[in-house]
Write a protein that binds this ligand. Structure first.
Ligand code: PMP
Length: 481
């Protein structure tokens, strides 16, 4: 058990100070009623009043908040040495071996350590460009790959924001459709009997040909193996195989961003790219690696590492691969194995999807339930046939889950209508039942609101509180990238 937590400031002062001295654009969950989380334990977080929340948002707390073995590994190493990674240290090598041992085949064999997912993807771009001597990159629509200038350029999720004068899509970046067969550019209902993997891969083929016609080549293709920001998208079987083939034949390299979806969360495999039967040329890993501590890595083929070395530009990163970060990452990977958390993701994730799927009988609002392991998306639609996004309803669910049921979930996708679950990997069946109970109650509420609305629309002037008043503003929506 943790020590009782004493706050430095009372919550209203924390908010006041934050508004005054922290940049306004630094985003907050539940913006109009932010949570002050003062401690965490396992799959739970606690606010300043001691209220306990079931955490379904934090894929960063992979093995559970404050896992004792991770805390111990970090504190022990802090008490010994934490220094620049330009000194020899064995924790870095143990960490590299721990990463490599989970990767199928032996093509990915050289590691670079960095501090965040953004840094990892930035380095991945440099490696791809150094190896191919080309600049053009193919990315997927709705993708998010980081907050640096270079990674914003490959993140339609960011550069498509209408007011964004910070970053625009450069000509050397190409956007392929996200292979979302439910509500993407090409939908399963319109392409019955077709190989959807091929339909979507053809988009990449067209881009490769266009770049070639313009007299250039493709440096690389970057994608998550399950798209998170797009709304927990599972690609059609064989999609990445086809795309990797197209890109490699064109001389490009394939980058897999496993910043969110790696380390066993997918349940059946340690890495999500394995669910598509491929091995990338460059793999980027971050968030779950440190259980909340900033540590990340890029893993590449020996040939790519060699090309990068031949540029003659030394790579140094003060904190990347420091002994404390590596000791923490090693503890995280050990706990995933020792506590069989990948297997837990498979069992609990399947149960969660099955039971959520059963709710579709009673609630038309659920259009699709999808996911792998403990990476689950529930797509809410106003109309199952038209698949019209139920954005306000998703916002309502997110807020009510927090306020009434003390369960933290987020919404995402281009229309913010997908309820997203990516809890710590220690999430268990009882937690799934708790979520299901709360979620069902929210859906019941929405059903009632809808029936009140359909009556009130018959009245000349609404005398009752309408659903639109009950449904809170969009700013409440939680986005968790
Ligand atoms: N790639 C993906 C898929 C991400 O979700 C994120 C962050 N949410 C990043 C890269 C960037 O990682 P970081 O915030 O650690 O820089």
């Amino acid at each position: 058990m943790c020590e009782p937590v004493t706050e430095i400031y009372p919550k209203d002062q924390t908010i006041e100070l934050r508004n005054k001295i922290i940049g306004k654009s630094c985003s907050l969950f539940y913006k109009s009623e932010p949570l002050k989380i003062v401690r965490g334990e396992g799959q739970y977080m606690f606010d300043e009043k001691g209220t306990k929340y079931l955490d379904c948002i934090n894929n960063v707390a992979t093995v559970g908040h404050c896992h004792p073995k991770v805390v111990q590994a970090g504190s022990k190493q802090m008490g010994i040495i934490s220094t620049n990674s330009r000194f020899l240290h064995d924790e870095m090598l143990v960490c590299a071996q721990n990463l490599l041992k989970h990767i199928p085949g032996d093509s990915l064999s050289v590691c670079y350590f960095v501090n965040s997912g953004s840094e990892a993807n930035d380095l991945a771009l440099r490696l791809a460009r150094a190896h191919t001597k080309q600049k053009d990159i193919i990315t997927l629509d709705h993708a998010y790959h980081g907050h640096l200038l270079s990674t914003m350029e490959i993140s339609p999720y960011k550069f498509n924001q209408s007011s964004n004068i910070d970053v625009k899509k450069p000509d050397y970046i190409h956007v392929a459709s996200c292979p979302d067969v439910y509500r993407g550019k090409y939908r399963d209902v319109d392409y019955r009997g077709c190989d959807m993997a091929e339909v979507y891969a053809n988009d990449v083929k067209d881009i490769v040909e266009k770049v070639k016609k313009e007299g250039r080549g493709v440096a690389g293709y970057i994608a998550e193996s399950l798209q998170s920001c797009g709304g927990q998208i599972i690609y059609p079987k064989g999609y990445l195989q086809k795309v990797y083939d197209i890109v490699r034949k064109a001389g490009g390299v394939c980058i897999s961003d496993e910043v969110q979806v790696g380390f066993g969360r997918a349940g059946t495999h340690y890495w999500s790219f394995e669910t598509q039967d491929v091995v990338p040329d460059i793999l980027t890993v971050a968030k779950p690696m440190g259980n909340g501590h900033p540590v990340a890595a890029v893993i590449v083929t020996r040939e790519i590492a060699e090309s990068f070395a031949q540029t003659g530009v030394m790579y140094f990163n003060t904190y990347g691969g420091n002994p404390v970060s590596c000791a923490i990452a090693n503890a995280v990977m050990n706990v995933i194995e020792d506590e069989k958390l990948q297997e837990n993701c498979l069992v609990v994730g399947d149960y969660l999807k099955l039971k959520t799927g059963e709710l579709m009988i009673d609630f038309d609002l659920i259009g699709d339930v999808r996911g792998l392991g403990l990476f689950v998306g529930i797509e809410l639609v106003k109309d199952r046939k038209l698949r019209t996004p139920a954005t306000e309803e998703a916002t309502f669910v997110v807020d009510r889950m927090k306020n009434v049921h003390k369960i933290l979930v987020s919404s995402d996708g281009p229309d913010e209508n997908v309820i997203k679950l990516k809890p710590p990997m220690v999430f268990n069946k009882e937690n799934a039942d708790q979520f299901l109970e709360g979620f069902r109650e929210c859906l019941m509420q929405l059903k009632e609101i809808k029936s009140v609305e359909s009556v009130t629309t018959q009245m000349p002037c609404s005398l009752t509180i309408t659903a639109s008043k009950i449904i809170e503003s969009r700013e409440h929506t939680v986005k968790s990238i």
